[in-house]
Design a protein around this ligand. Structure first.
Ligand SMILES: [Mg+2]
Length: 333
């Protein structure tokens, strides 16, 4: 640990020594952040799974979001991708682009957030880069995971007749974001705070994802929104799907919000940032899936069925009638 002058802005090397080297201390792959690259040997019989995500202030997080939760969400979003691929996380690479004049206290809190999640998920920093920017801050994280060779869950394996399942509850994050932006005013403060927490701190479903290797026919994590990501899964698999909206699992807080405004169901089906796993599995796998839910303590429910491609990707109500939504899913551009 190198002491930093709280007044003079630290240079890149001081920052790395003070903030990032401690995050890399437990990982031999990181070479104590003293080299140009990390060095990693995949386990025998394993394959490496890599995923990268960027978060930009004003786009993926709010300017007043706490630094700890920005850092933890950044890490968890990538871990969620590994979870949906059935991969076990090993380490990560990080690029931080700090806005000029970012207080050292904010940077320290960011590193503290990473440190606490490293403990939870048993991983460490392997390398990265740190730069300054005159624009909004942005953070880019590459997560490295492993699967036994040939077992990574892919998007493109869903078959007609498969059930469609999700972990956890859907829509909490989009409702939490609305609450943070001053919406959902009629809703209990306890519920609004809980939803905001789900927006700020997703729960990567690593245990469930790992257990679904060999069982799920196709899988991805919900980041753009339930209907949009279902569309992605179906497009790559060359199939269609029907989702029964009344089966989509909602938290207590989301149900309370919908009770006040039934129109929120469209936001729930269309909103992003859930970081739950959406997967398809052949009929006959129900009992194994129920066991996985119990063993990994992860709620998993069936919400629909894979159909031939010509059927499209459709939400239906409890009576089986098609439901038309106006705006579905987060579009990046
Ligand atoms: Mg993803």
């Amino acid at each position: 640990m190198v002491p930093l002058d709280p007044i003079d802005p630290p240079n890149e090397f001081e920052l790395i020594a003070a903030l990032f080297a401690p995050l890399a201390a437990s990982a031999p792959e990181a070479l104590a952040l003293t080299d140009d690259a990390a060095l990693y040997a995949t386990s025998p019989g394993g394959q490496t799974v890599l995923t990268v995500d960027a978060m930009v202030e004003g786009v993926h997080f709010l300017p007043d979001d706490p630094a700890e939760s920005v850092a933890r969400k950044l890490l968890r979003v990538s871990l969620s991708d590994l979870a949906a691929k059935g991969a076990a996380p090993k380490g990560y690479l990080l690029v931080t682009a700090w806005r000029d004049g970012t207080p050292l206290s904010w940077m320290r809190a960011f590193a503290a957030g990473l440190a606490s999640d490293q403990q939870i998920f048993g991983i460490a920093l392997w390398g990265g880069d740190t730069v300054r920017t005159p624009g909004p801050p942005s953070f880019t994280l590459t997560a490295i995971g492993e699967v036994p060779a040939g077992t990574m869950l892919k998007r493109g394996g869903a078959r007609v007749g498969d059930g469609i399942y999700v972990t956890g509850t859907i829509g909490d994050a989009v409702l939490g974001l609305r609450a943070l932006r001053g919406g959902l005013v009629g809703l209990d403060k306890t519920h609004r705070d809980w939803l905001a927490g789900r927006y700020r701190l997703p729960e990567p479903r690593l245990a469930a994802g790992g257990a679904l290797r060999g069982i799920a026919s196709g899988a991805l994590d919900i980041s753009d929104g339930l209907m949009a990501d279902l569309g992605h899964l179906c497009a790559v698999s060359g199939v269609g799907a029907r989702i029964e909206l009344d089966r989509v699992p909602l938290s207590l807080a989301a149900r309370a919000a919908v009770a006040l405004d039934g129109g929120l169901i469209e936001a729930i089906a269309g909103g992003g940032d859930d970081y739950e796993i959406l997967f398809a599995a052949a009929p006959g796998r129900e009992a194994e899936i129920a066991d996985i839910a119990t063993e990994t303590r992860t709620p998993i429910v069936r919400i629909g069925t894979v159909l031939p491609a010509g059927e499209g990707v459709n939400p239906v109500d409890a009576a089986g009638r098609p439901v038309a939504f106006k705006h579905l899913g987060y579009r990046h551009f």
